[in-house]
Write a new protein. Structure first.
Ligand SMILES: *[C@@H]1O[C@H](CO)[C@@H](O)[C@H](O)[C@H]1NC(C)=O
Ligand SMILES: *[C@@H]1O[C@H](CO)[C@@H](O)[C@H](O)[C@H]1NC(C)=O
Ligand SMILES: *[C@@H]1O[C@H](CO)[C@@H](O)[C@H](O)[C@H]1NC(C)=O
Ligand SMILES: *[C@@H]1O[C@H](CO)[C@@H](O)[C@H](O)[C@H]1NC(C)=O
Ligand SMILES: *[C@@H]1O[C@H](CO)[C@@H](O)[C@H](O)[C@H]1NC(C)=O
Ligand SMILES: *[C@@H]1O[C@H](CO)[C@@H](O)[C@H](O)[C@H]1NC(C)=O
Ligand SMILES: *[C@H]1O[C@@H](CO)[C@H](O)[C@@H](O)[C@@H]1NC(C)=O
Ligand SMILES: [Zn+2]
Length: 761
């Protein structure tokens, strides 16, 4: 919900998790790598079964999960328990029975401890019922307690546009994003790093593709109708008491639900699809504020920015102020819908729905049940345990504070090893550029420059563990320590407070560059992930991912020669390929539109561009043939659902190139002969170093369990291919894989033997 950057992060994986680092004895590696293989299966035809068959057979997907990747969710599971332990034991002086608990280190930590306890106390949340929501509406969004917008029928479009601008500004302050989202970002079209306003489509609660699915829509209507019912009955019973006796003629809940959905369907119809919105050139449209007003002649943008800006400290807009919008047609159509098509009752129901879906999770069990039902129907998953929900809410609302209380569990010595690997991966890409013939020399020169200029960050920003600096940043992000400590132990109000603080923080950069030490990290350092940011030409490898089974720390004096060989192999297939993956994002169909300084600027000769497109077309076509959900896996499924090759081309290109770079980086450490060594022979496993390298990659994705409902949903919206495809697809294009496993020329994975492989980088 929080308005911040909306940039597309090209990350490794769409879950964001973390875990605690451990020393990695060779026995751990054998247990997690060698012991989970299904040696009976054929690595040349069934990569997933071979790489992880035993683990998959033994694994039982918890009923509250829709998917589980061993590498990511497994690490995060450890983290969640750690967070739970710390937060369970933390003192909130505003609550009773705190004697045994640990004093918070500062006011922000106290806020975190109080937040978690408030979340855990469901009886109190039940007593409060809908009251926190309604009090908030009464205080900040009183128009949402009305049954209509007075005089709407007789207003001119321009009058409607003025009323709507005021209403929407108030919602955006808090921050909800009905109809569009407003955010702050640096302009990728100009040299200077200066934060300005960007406005993009928004206001859909479901995924883009879900608006075409009857089953999902029915579940959503139930959800909307149920929340209207709770809301209206709270108003009727006078909670808060100031509303008592005000009998209001709202739309009946089922009718309000229908109206809301109709508006969302109209919005979805004018929205760009996930594939379209990924194109940075088409969706970065710079215009002046005057142009925007001309584009939406009846919506009153002056009023919108006056109200919005005054509340958050944003300087006044002038006609010359530049804004970036994602698509002109969207805003032109939205103007019409808002001021000429939709009626006031429907708009109010929709706006209420935005509030309910954003804030319902902070209320009583009745509200939670509504989303649980939705998830049961749509995801086939049961609710998480309460502590799990609460640690999740704490992490999303108080990201840096949570990170600080658990980051000390991480191994600070990994940075040097990671530095060396990044250097090797970059050198491997330089070799690739040296070798390729299809790129013209002028384009290649810029590619070298872009490679040289790519920067990276590892583990966590230093300030978060530095005594004075963290205070300065926490005060900016979360407001003064004393104010945080004094916040009532109220889940709802504390969340609102933090959301508004975060808005102010991001607005404070208007006209200046972002503080990259904070905003440049995007995610929490404790998440298990890595990402590339195109307009900064920067890769980030979070502390959470620098752990087994993606990365096995070793120690030259402790580990045997064979242990070091095995770990080196796995690490290059794991974190090495991840580094390659992120680096290639700078050179995939999207990243290559940005120049060495992160500006959207075409540096490709026509010949190079055409050649590149032919190569990525190969990736699109190949991955479009992989099946993500087989017919019969879901009741109403008549045919297989295949991967969307266009939607996933950036990630697939990064996977293909990433693992190749990981391999070439390995060859900078080891010789071809060493790839034949069997370092685990003394433990009864005859895997070669070369095979271990590939298992480092395939097991990250093969060791998974994903419900078919979830796979189906991801086909429509996830930029990553299905996990099983990420294991199989990339290695099938590499002759080195087939060589490592002696795959015959006619085997499924040996595409190179038949010259059917795709290769971009
Ligand atoms: C191993 O793979 C074989 C061949 O695909 C299969 O028949 C067997 O059930 C698998 N075993 C385990 C433990 O998964
Ligand atoms: C998550 O961690 C807990 C505590 O260590 C453990 O009991 C549980 O089995 C783990 N869940 C999964 C699915 O691995
Ligand atoms: C979708 O939007 C277009 C305008 O972009 C409009 O012409 C068309 O009628 C809309 N379709 C539906 C089903 O609303
Ligand atoms: C600003 O731009 C709008 C839209 O083009 C125009 O109507 C208005 O007169 C301009 N205002 C000023 C002060 O120039
Ligand atoms: C491109 O550069 C290579 C290496 O510097 C050189 O051998 C080759 O002649 C150049 N090609 C053209 C067309 O200039
Ligand atoms: C490696 O292990 C030795 C002996 O246990 C220890 O003294 C040394 O600090 C370790 N080195 C690193 C980098 O962890
Ligand atoms: C949306 O805007 C219109 C008008 O500028 C363009 O013609 C479309 O191409 C654009 N759509 C996308 C997907 O970028
Ligand atoms: Zn990626």
């Amino acid at each position: 919900m929080v308005m911040m950057l909306q940039r597309l992060l090209l990350c490794l994986c769409a879950v964001f998790l973390f875990g605690v680092s451990q020393a990695a004895p060779i026995e751990t590696l054998i247990e997690t790598v060698a012991d989970v293989l299904n040696q009976t299966a054929d690595p040349c035809t069934d990569v997933v079964e071979y790489s992880c068959g035993k683990w998959r057979e033994a694994f039982e997907l918890p009923k509250e999960e829709s998917r589980w990747l061993r590498a990511f969710h497994g690490l995060d599971n450890t983290t969640k328990h750690l967070i739970r332990d710390v937060l369970d034991g933390g003192k909130c002086s505003q609550l009773p029975n705190q004697e045994e608990k640990k004093e918070p280190a500062d006011g922000w930590e106290e806020l975190l401890f109080c937040y978690y306890q408030a979340c855990m106390d469901q009886d109190r949340l039940d007593e409060l019922g809908s009251q926190p929501l309604l009090s908030f509406m009464e205080r900040e969004l009183p128009f949402l307690l009305e049954t209509d917008i007075g005089g709407w029928e007789t207003m001119t479009p321009a009058e409607k546009g003025k009323v709507m601008a005021e209403i929407l500004a108030r919602m955006h302050i808090h921050p909800f994003s009905p109809f569009f989202s407003v955010y702050l970002d640096e302009n990728p079209l100009v040299e200077e790093d200066k934060v300005g306003i960007a406005i993009s489509q928004g206001g859909l609660v479901l995924d883009y593709g879900q608006y075409d699915e009857e089953k999902v829509l029915q579940a959503y209507l139930d959800y909307l109708s149920g929340s209207q019912e709770l809301f209206q009955s709270a108003v009727a019973t006078g909670s808060p008491p100031s509303l008592k006796g005000s009998r209001r003629a709202f739309l009946e809940p089922p009718a309000a639900a229908e109206e809301t959905l109709d508006i969302e369907k109209d919005l979805q119809n004018i929205s760009l699809s996930p594939t379209e919105i990924k194109d940075p050139v088409a969706t970065t449209n710079l215009m002046t504020f005057a142009d925007l007003k001309d584009l939406m002649p009846t919506f009153d943008w002056d009023t919108f920015f006056k109200t919005f800006g005054d509340a958050l400290g944003l300087p006044a807009m002038t006609n010359e102020t530049e804004v970036i919008i994602h698509n002109e047609t969207y805003f032109r159509e939205l103007n019409k819908l808002l001021t000429e098509v939709w009626d006031d009752k429907a708009i109010l129901a929709y706006l209420q729905g935005q509030l309910f879906s954003g804030m319902g999770a902070l209320l009583s069990r009745e509200w939670l049940e509504l989303s649980y039902d939705f998830n049961r129907n749509v995801k086939n998953a049961e609710p998480r345990e309460r502590w799990d929900e609460c640690q999740g809410m704490a992490r999303s609302t108080l990201k840096w504070i949570v990170a600080r209380v658990v980051l000390e569990e991480f191994d600070p010595n990994l940075k040097a090893v990671a530095d060396a690997m990044v250097a090797n991966v970059k050198a491997a890409f330089r070799d690739v550029l040296d070798e390729i013939q299809w790129m013209t020399n002028e384009t290649k020169d810029v590619a070298y420059e872009k490679l040289e200029k790519v920067t990276y960050q590892i583990a966590n920003p230093a300030w978060i563990l530095t005594d004075e600096e963290y205070r300065v940043n926490f005060e900016k992000i979360y407001g003064p320590e004393t104010a945080a400590a004094e916040l009532d132990a109220h889940l709802f109000d504390a969340t609102l407070y933090v959301q508004e603080q975060t808005q102010r923080y991001s607005v404070s950069f208007f006209g200046k560059p972002f503080d990259r030490e904070v905003i440049g990290w995007y995610r929490s350092p404790i998440d298990t992930n890595a990402f590339y940011v195109a307009d900064w030409n920067t890769m980030t490898f979070l502390a959470g991912i620098l752990q087994a089974p993606v990365f096995y720390p070793f120690n030259e004096s402790d580990d045997s020669e064979n242990a070091i060989l095995a770990k080196t192999a796995i690490n290059h297939g794991g974190i090495g390929a991840v580094m390659g993956h992120e680096l290639i994002h700078g050179f995939d169909t999207r990243g290559r539109e940005y120049n060495p300084d992160g500006l959207l600027f075409n540096w490709w000769s026509d010949v190079s561009r055409t050649e590149f497109e032919a190569k990525t077309d190969c990736v699109v076509a190949q991955f479009s043939e992989y099946v993500a959900v087989e017919k019969g896996e879901l009741d109403d499924l008549q045919e297989d659902i295949k991967v969307d090759g266009l939607l996933t081309v950036t990630e697939n290109t990064a996977d293909l190139g990433g693992i190749y770079l990981g391999y070439k980086a390995l060859l900078k450490e080891l010789t071809e002969e060493q790839l034949q060594i069997k370092p685990l022979e003394e433990y009864g496993h005859d895997l070669t170093v070369g095979q271990l390298f590939f298992l480092g990659w395939t097991q990250v994705w093969a060791c998974h369990e994903t419900r078919p409902e979830e796979r189906k949903k991801r086909v429509e919206r996830d930029y990553h291919a299905a996990a099983a495809v990420r294991a199989l697809g990339p290695v099938s294009n590499l002759a080195e894989y087939s060589k490592a496993f002696n795959c015959p020329p006619d085997s499924a994975v040996n595409l190179p033997a038949r010259d059917e492989q795709c290769k971009v980088w």
